[in-house]
Design a protein around this ligand. Sequence first.
Ligand SMILES: C[S@@+](CC[C@H](N)C(=O)[O-])C[C@H]1O[C@@H](n2cnc3c(N)ncnc32)[C@H](O)[C@@H]1O
Length: 325
Amino acid sequence: MNSAPGTATAIQQHQPVMPVQVLNGLCVKREGKYVDATYGRGGHSSLLLEHLNDEGRLLVIDRDPQAVSAARQRHGADPRVLIAEACFADLSETLDSHAWSKVDGVLMDLGVSSPQLDQAERGFSFMHDGPLDMRMSPDKGQSAADWVNSAELSDIATVLREYGEERQARRIAQAIIRHRESKPLQTTHELAELVAKVLGPSGRKLGKHPATRTFQAVRIHINDELGQLRIGLRAAMRVLRVGGRLAVISFHSLEDRIVKQTFKAASSKPAVNRRLPVPDMPEPEFFNHKRQLPGADEIVSNSRSRSAVLRVIERVREPLAGVLS
Ligand SMILES: C[S@@+](CC[C@H](N)C(=O)[O-])C[C@H]1O[C@@H](n2cnc3c(N)ncnc32)[C@H](O)[C@@H]1O
């Protein structure tokens, strides 16, 4: 049975990145069991469903309730689809609650969706003025405004430096502290203008808004995106059956480094000291496929794909007790 992609006209769309490479990377089996751990607006889910037969199953997950309600509208009537509002770091529990154990594939398409960026009220983007929120799960945790108005100067500077690779992190953090002493920062434009003022004309390099790095950093921090990724990758690798694959699309070097290192470690034999008797090393449980980038045509037709990197890892052996736990 095929779903009909594009039927959910009332739902804001998100153009899926690297669609062909993702399907090939997952090596989709028609009767397989798959998890789309980042449903967004279901672009990749629709493609996966086109390749599944009536026996195939797709569990779709997103931490954003708006994405989950889009999933209910777009795919809720498809008997092959299960829908869960959850973080992918909690993948094992989510699978347990649906009585799923092993799966043939998991997809993680990281970051934010186009609708999240485009809705001013979600507060993700300096392009649209709205409340400074940035939470993917808007009713959980601290908003970006609460954080910038209460965090220590050193914590703000560290977040901007480490998650935004912002060289002027300390100066921006100082300006935030000065600003909030007279008035708390409440909107995306207030933060964007403050950063632009601190960085001056030199902040507009390569046509990028000067607040790009600051917004990325605050968003990563507020949603604990890198912590989620570290835990989520391990959780996804654990639930793969032999032959099953995990495909991850990342959009910046901080994410890609974590994916690359995790996949490399899981697919390599541990280093041994050659001067000692060589113990009987188990073969790695995973095979790390070559990373893929979008083609030039896709970058032209979908600018969001320009920084995408796709990595795929495949389970080739049953898990050894204790590894990846
Ligand atoms: C880039 S979009 C996915 C787009 C989707 N592949 C499509 O084609 O429509 C990323 C989505 O992942 C969700 N997300 C990000 N981190 C998550 C996490 N840790 N757990 C669950 N969902 C997450 C976001 O809320 C967002 O909806």
